[in-house]
Design a protein around this ligand. Structure first.
Ligand code: BG6
Length: 482
């Protein structure tokens, strides 16, 4: 069956930067069904051709190796309808326009909410009221961009609003981190091999570090960011998603229900923080100069850096700390999961067994380049039993060429009806249940101090000291794989 993708928020940044380039690539790779239709909806009074012209320019800018001929063929898929999300009448026009471009044939329809989050609930209700959410002959799905609420209460409200109009299996909540190739590869690494999984537990692993470092400051998004902060912007979604994929049990089958059931169990097992934990289990920071950013309150107490220590209380992970860390204006763009193994139980080598060897480490680099690095001890040649830490590197790029953008994979899955890499309502709500109390505590007198940090580093000094107090070190290395 062919598809129509209706994009609400057609004139926005997300559409031109991510959605259209991803659809163009899918078309180029012949992954779109023939007669696919893309219908942009926004308030601006464009014609089909106006919108195509704009998108041609932006796609040429954002897609490496843009091919004008491919674009010309692809652009025939593109249509535009001026419309206001608050107007019921415009949704009837939408119904008519969809049927017209689908030539009245049964067509799977995907509604993509790429608008301002304030408009989500209105859009969902209007789709329901106009009878656009269900059809006996063809599937209807809705894709919702982050943020899914700004706390547990608003997330529940949005989920309830969705549930009134759509069934849960029609709803695709995007977390673009799940579309990143290396995140999916982590599942393959763990459950497609036999050599890692037996070691993937408290008996062999000392701790896990998940770092999402961004080199960019908040830039033009100061207004949004100051009301959000790094816990809402990055932890509730991307970092907890990475943690779930790292810590989950192997699903019975690789499908949306089983994968998400296992991910949810990880969040259910996260030990709730209480009392003094809020100060002990986290570090807050703000980069120098943040208060002068456009749109930021000059007395803002919003954190642009945070580090958290969480425990997952189950048989596999009891007692293994998961350190989650993210910040803006750090030394480089780097997303890594570091599996730090335990030290060998008995010291045999070095000065009469006195030299402590460094423990094994597996670094899973999510971006910028995707790859793995395994650290292990070897003997220094031509020396008596002196050890050094050596490494095995694996680069995805040398294996597979250019890596697709996360949106490409996620849009394709949404078109095909595979929700395995999308967040379920319970997952989102549990994530807020973990993050909300931390945000509340960090806005109270019990908050750990706000430490400023220089642009281009690894966050506040206190974060490094905090790890040292626990007898550990951050793995502060800019991309290990290039
Ligand atoms: C977004 C956040 O969800 O993810 C941004 O709102 C952040 O603040 C971005 O910069 C990071 O995504 P990526 O794919 O560049 O790591």
């Amino acid at each position: 069956m062919t598809h129509t993708m209706v994009i609400f928020g057609a004139s926005g940044d997300l559409t031109s930067r991510k959605l259209i380039p991803a659809l163009y690539r899918l078309f180029q790779r012949k992954r779109l069904a023939p007669d696919t239709r893309i219908l942009g909806v926004a308030r601006s009074q464009f014609s089909d051709d106006d919108w195509r012209k704009q998108l041609r320019e932006s796609t040429a800018k954002f897609v490496k190796g843009f091919d004008a001929q491919v674009w010309d063929d692809f652009s025939e898929y593109i249509h535009y309808l001026p419309g206001d999300i608050n107007s019921g009448e415009d949704f009837h026009k939408l119904a008519a326009r969809c049927s017209e471009i689908e030539q009245h044939k049964p067509t799977t329809r995907i509604y993509y909410l790429a608008t301002m989050p304030q408009l989500y609930e209105a859009a969902i209700a209007q789709l329901g009221a106009a009878g656009l959410a269900h059809d006996d002959q063809a599937a209807r799905r809705i894709v919702v961009e982050k943020p899914i609420g700004t706390d547990l209460k608003t997330a529940r409200q949005l989920n309830a609003c969705l549930a009134k109009v759509f069934t849960e299996d029609q709803v695709y909540r995007i977390d673009h981190y799940l579309g990143k190739e290396t995140v999916q590869n982590l599942l393959v690494l763990r459950f497609g091999n036999t050599i890692f999984e037996p070691l993937w537990n408290r008996n062999f692993i000392d701790h896990v570090q998940i770092t999402v470092a961004e080199e960019v400051p908040v830039g033009r998004r100061g207004d949004y960011y100051d009301g959000s902060g790094v816990l809402r912007d990055m932890f509730q979604n991307h970092l907890l998603q990475l943690m779930m994929v790292t810590a989950m049990e192997g699903p019975v089958r690789f499908n949306a229900q089983f994968v998400r059931d296992e991910k949810v169990k990880v969040l259910q097992a996260v030990r709730p923080l209480r009392g003094g934990d809020f100060a002990d289990c986290g570090i807050r920071g703000q980069y120098e100069g943040y208060l002068k950013e456009q749109g930021v309150n000059p007395e803002s107490q919003t954190e642009t850096f945070a580090a958290l220590k969480l425990y997952i209380d189950n048989w596999r992970w009891k007692g293994v700390p998961f350190y989650l860390r993210s910040g803006k204006a750090m030394s480089c763009r780097n997303t890594q999961i570091v599996i730090q193994f335990r030290e060998p139980p008995h010291l045999l080598f070095g000065e009469g067994g006195r030299t402590k060897p460094q423990a094994n480490r597996l670094v899973i680099q999510i971006q910028p380049a995707e790859g793995l690095q395994l650290y292990f001890q070897t003997k220094v040649p031509d020396e008596e039993m002196k050890l050094k830490l050596s490494q095995l590197d694996f680069r995805f790029a040398s294996d597979a060429g250019e890596m697709p953008d996360a949106y490409q994979r996620l849009l394709q899955d949404a078109l095909l009806g595979d929700a395995s890499l999308f967040a379920r309502s319970d997952e989102v709500e549990l994530a807020w249940k973990i993050i909300d109390p931390i945000i509340a505590a960090w806005r109270s007198p019990a908050a750990p101090p706000m430490n400023s940090y220089p642009v281009g580093g690894w966050g506040p000094e206190s974060s490094i000291a905090w790890m040292h107090q626990q007898g550990r070190d951050w793995f502060d290395v800019c991309p290990v794989i290039h």
